[in-house]
Design a protein around this ligand. Structure first.
Ligand SMILES: Cc1cc2nc3c(=O)[nH]c(=O)nc-3n(C[C@H](O)[C@H](O)[C@H](O)COP(=O)(O)O)c2cc1C
Length: 231
C-alpha cells in the first residue's frame, strides 16, 4: 500500500534537470502526467509532448491517493472530456492510464479510445486504507487512504486487462503484481500487448529487465512498447 501522492519537481525543473539526463537512457521515454483540471493536463501534455526526447505521453487519470480525489478516470464521460482536451494539445502518441476503481473500466477504455487515445495502460493502484495499529482508531496513511499494488492485485488486474482488451482495439499495456516472467505471459495471454513492472521493481530494481529478457525469448521481438503505442 502506498500513500505517497505524486511527489515531483514541477514541470520546469523536470524539463530542465531530468529530461536531458533521462534522454541518455537506451530506451524510448514515456512521460506520465497528472493534473487537477483538464487545462492543467493539457498544458503538461503539450509541454512534454513538444520535446524531441519524449517518445510517448501517458495521461494518468487514475491516481487514487491524492486528497482532492481525482475521479476523471472513474467515469467514461469525464475520461473522454479529459482525453479530448489533451489529444488536441499533444501530437505525440497518447497512452491513457486507467484506474481499477471504476465500476466499468472497459466502458472508460472505450470512451478514451473514441476520444483519441493511442494506447491504454492498466491497472493503477486499488483504493485501500489502513487503521493506525497503535489503537488510535485513526488513519495510518498520510493521505488518509492509499493505493494497493503488488501480488495482491494481480488477479483483479488480469481480469480488467482481459475485459479492456476485449472491448477496445487499442494496444493494452498490462500491469498489476507482475514479478515473474510467468505473470507477464499471463497478461499477454489475457490480451495485453506489453507489460509493466511497478512494485516488484522496488524490491528488485532488475526485475523488469529480468522479465523482459525472459519474455523476449518467448515472444516475437516486435511486441515492444514503441510498436504497441505508435499507430
Ligand atoms: C510507490 C508507487 C507510486 C506510484 N506512482 C504512480 C504515479 O505517479 N502514476 C501512476 O500512474 N501510477 C503510479 N503507481 C501505480 C503503478 O504505476 C502501477 O500502475 C500499479 O502499482 C500496479 O502495478 P504493480 O503491482 O506492478 O506495482 C504507483 C505505484 C507505487 C507502488
Amino acid at each position: 500500500m502506498n500513500s505517497i501522492g505524486l511527489p515531483n519537481k514541477g514541470l520546469e525543473r523536470f524539463i530542465d534537470d531530468d529530461l536531458p539526463r533521462l534522454a541518455g537512457l537506451p530506451v524510448p521515454l514515456v512521460v506520465s502526467v497528472m493534473g487537477f483540471t483538464r487545462d492543467e493536463l493539457a498544458l503538461l501534455a503539450a509541454r512534454v509532448g513538444e520535446r524531441d526526447e519524449v517518445a510517448l505521453v501517458e495521461l494518468n487519470i487514475s491516481c487514487p491517493n491524492v486528497e482532492t480525489g481525482l475521479v476523471m478516470g472513474a467515469d467514461p464521460t469525464e475520461a473522454a472530456r479529459a482525453v479530448e482536451r489533451v489529444r488536441a494539445a499533444c501530437a505525440k502518441p497518447l497512452i491513457v492510464k486507467l484506474t481499477p476503481n471504476a465500476s466499468d473500466p472497459a466502458a472508460v477504455a472505450v470512451a478514451a479510445e473514441q476520444a483519441g487515445a493511442d494506447a491504454l495502460a492498466l491497472v493503477n493502484t486499488l483504493r485501500g486504507t489502513a487503521i493506525d495499529p497503535r489503537g488510535t482508531g485513526g488513519a495510518w496513511l498520510g493521505g488518509g487512504a492509499g493505493g494497493l499494488s503488488g501480488p495482491a492485485v494481480r488477479s483483479v488486474a488480469l481480469a480488467q486487462v482481459q475485459a479492456v482488451a476485449a472491448a477496445s482495439r487499442l494496444p493494452v499495456i498490462g500491469m498489476g503484481g507482475i514479478s515473474e516472467p510467468a505473470h507477464a505471459l499471463d497478461f499477454l495471454a489475457a490480451g495485453a500487448r506489453c507489460v509493466a513492472v511497478g512494485t516488484a521493481s522496488f524490491r528488485d530494481p532488475a526485475a523488469a529487465a529480468r522479465i523482459a529478457e525472459a519474455i523476449g525469448a518467448a515472444r516475437p521481438a516486435g511486441e515492444r512498447i514503441e510498436a504497441a503505442a505508435t499507430r
